[in-house]
Design a binder for this molecule. Sequence first.
Ligand code: CTP
Ligand code: MG
Length: 171
Amino acid sequence: MALEYKYVDGIIEGFLIILPAMFANATPVIAKGKRPVDFRRNFIDGRRLLGDGKTWEGLAAGMLAGTLTGIILAVLTGNLILAYAGFIASAGAMLGDLAASFIKRRLGLSRGAPAPLLDQLNFYIGAVALLYLAGFKFTLWVFTLLAILSALLHIAANIIAHKTGLKNVPW
Ligand code: CTP
Ligand code: MG
């Protein structure tokens, strides 16, 4: 299987590649994790590295859900590369989410405080960045369209998580 892919310029193709990242991103909130990824350590500014909202259980649940989504898509479409892309997209989504929390803590924002755009797009930017490094390069219009779709789905998922009591805040 060639790891050097090509430019992803179809919206369906791009959606199938990014869908595992959406599942990876939506799952951690269900995990109710207890072990913080940063082991409760502080950064040099005296604030938490990432905070209690980023847990190992959440990471594992997200990776599992996203990777499984990729495998299912690969089986359904007969395109095995979607399983590989799904794993990469999930890992990127998790890294993007951790990076956003790191940035929020540096800005002095406490866990769960809203950070518009950063909260909605961290997983997407992380997924696209890692996919890019793996050879899956989105064209600008696919990138833009999927960014809007990702943000809208993220908002919808959080409203559902809030209404079902999984989350205290709807963002
Ligand atoms: N979560 C988790 N592990 C992760 C990501 C999320 O356990 N790696 C859970 C946490 O319970 C978190 C919830 O999912 O509170 C919602 O995730 P998110 O909105 O990303 O975290 P916040 O609590 O808003 O924290 P932050 O301010 O750092 O973004
Ligand atoms: Mg949040």
